[in-house]
Write a protein that binds this ligand. Structure first.
Ligand SMILES: C[S@@+](CC[C@H](N)C(=O)[O-])C[C@H]1O[C@@H](n2cnc3c(N)ncnc32)[C@H](O)[C@@H]1O
Length: 452
């Protein structure tokens, strides 16, 4: 989030949107979360498009809070793998909890879902994430080891029944056990891989949004068995959250009693979706040898021939010196330039789909700062920026052209300018010599056109 909770409450208050606290949800770096009214469509609001905040079901925020991402200096967390990441709500939470620094690898199996994930990361200005496209159960060992791994596994989604009524029909067909068995094979392989990739002393959180023990406790039980005492199940103790114990008897079988430490979230207990979560700590290496080797890092350097692109942007918008110390600028594609956190070190293998944020499109004339780049760098710009009125803001988000007043354009030369509303950057526009302002707000982001 680009706004802290108090500033967001004030903004929502001014728009007549009531909010309440989520008493059990508080993170040392992220602060507190807000409860929005039922059915509220955050994705259509201007502040959402400007990347000021993100909306996510409350219970879905639990796994990341249990990863323990802000431990003391003696146990620094800098490398995190999100093995089943798309569309990226939890990745964003991880990246923000690390203070937009370090290295988060966000992996998924489905390319279209990776594109949605990248869209969320771009909107929120997250520069410490590389995305990878792999079957998580075959994730290359060369990428590890990781301090923390989240396995938010694909599942039969029974816990989403409250907001996904179509599931009722599916559940009535009675093929639940067969579906769970299919899912379980994938979940088992994903958790096994996570155990392999985690460093000794590191932590793995396994979660699903389903109730079936075959997809939950039985998967964790197999991981504990395979680890032969070198994996510890930690209790889930979240003040203010009522948590059910994991099942230890199922279909006439008595299971490992430690499984009671897993957490079941029943919808009627905390007014949330249904959820399952287990927190595992790797106490020593589980396989033969001394553990996964340190990964080979990919270089993210700005080629000398690309430096003028950056200089041009700094000049146009009056950006401060020191950007090169703050970010690693680099070219991943012919389309343009990316930037990543200075200490972001993605591995050579698997190759990243994207590292950091695509900020400057250089394959067009004139080149263009992307909207994601504008949202990130805009607050540091000192010229060629323009403040919009409320009707102009909505016209801009609807990609409509309009003519701003002379007092609005005083600070701007014709060409590309940054547009802002209430001090928050919205994106890029072209100020024509005729005085017309042409919106360059991306069509694919215009779920936001309702304004409000
Ligand atoms: C529950 S969703 C993840 C939700 C995500 N963590 C979030 O918070 O937005 C499960 C994801 O796992 C992905 N998936 C399924 N099988 C996979 C596999 N073998 N390897 C990696 N990802 C997989 C699916 O494409 C899906 O995006």
């Amino acid at each position: 989030m680009r706004l802290d909770a108090d500033a967001l409450v004030a903004l929502l208050d001014a728009e007549g949107v009531p909010t309440g606290p989520v008493p059990w949800l508080r993170h040392p770096t992220l602060g507190r979360a807000l409860q929005l009214p039922p059915g509220f469509k955050a994705g259509q609001r201007w502040w959402y498009c400007a990347g000021l905040a993100h909306a996510q079901e409350a219970v879905s925020q639990l796994p990341v809070t249990l990863l323990g991402l802000a431990p003391g200096a003696s146990d620094p967390v800098t490398r995190v793998l999100d093995l089943c990441a798309a569309p990226g709500g939890k990745t964003a939470q991880i990246a923000l909890a690390l203070g937009n620094r370090g290295t988060v690898l966000a992996n998924d199996f489905t390319p279209e879902r990776i594109a949605a994930l990248q869209g969320n990361l771009d909107r929120l200005g997250l520069v410490n994430v590389s995305t990878t496209w792999c079957d998580g159960s075959n994730y290359p060992a060369a990428a590890g080891p990781f301090d923390r791994i989240l396995v938010d596994a694909p599942c039969s989604s029974e816990g989403t029944l409250r907001r996904n009524r179509r599931l009722v029909g599916t559940l009535r067909t009675g093929d639940g056990p067969a579906r769970s068995a299919r899912m379980a094979a994938r979940q088992r392989a994903l958790l096994r891989k996570a155990v392999q990739l985690c460093r000794p002393g590191g932590r793995i959180v396994y979660s699903t949004c389903t109730f079936a023990p075959e997809e939950n406790e039985l998967i964790v039980a197999e991981a504990l068995d395979a680890a032969a005492g070198r994996l510890t199940l930690l209790p889930v103790d979240v003040p203010g959250l009522r948590v059910g114990a994991g099942v230890t008897r199922w279909q006439g079988r008595t299971l490992d009693p430690r499984l009671a430490l897993c957490a079941r979230l029943w919808p009627h207990w905390n007014d949330t979706g249904g959820f399952f979560v287990a927190v595992l700590e790797k106490t020593a290496e589980t396989g033969a040898g001394s553990g996964p080797p340190a990964h080979a890092a990919r270089r993210l350097d700005l080629a000398p021939e690309d430096a003028p692109w950056l200089d041009g942007l700094v000049e146009r918008y009056g950006l401060p010196d020191g950007l090169r110390e703050r970010y690693r600028f680099h070219r991943q594609t012919r389309r343009g330039l990316h930037l990543a956190a200075a200490d972001h070190t993605p591995p050579v293998s698997p190759p990243a789909q994207g590292s950091g944020l695509f900020f400057h499109r250089t394959n067009m004339r004139p080149p263009k700062l992307t909207t994601a780049g504008a949202l990130l760098l805009g607050p540091q710009a000192t010229r060629n920026r323009m403040d919009l009125t409320l009707p102009q803001r909505d016209a801009y988000l609807r990609r409509e052209a309009f003519t701003p007043g002379p007092e609005q354009t005083r600070d701007c030369r014709p060409g590309q300018v940054l547009v802002r509303y209430c001090g928050h950057t919205l994106g890029v526009a072209v100020l024509h010599r005729s005085g017309t302002l042409e919106s360059l707000f991306p069509r694919k982001w215009s779920g936001c056109t309702a304004g409000g």
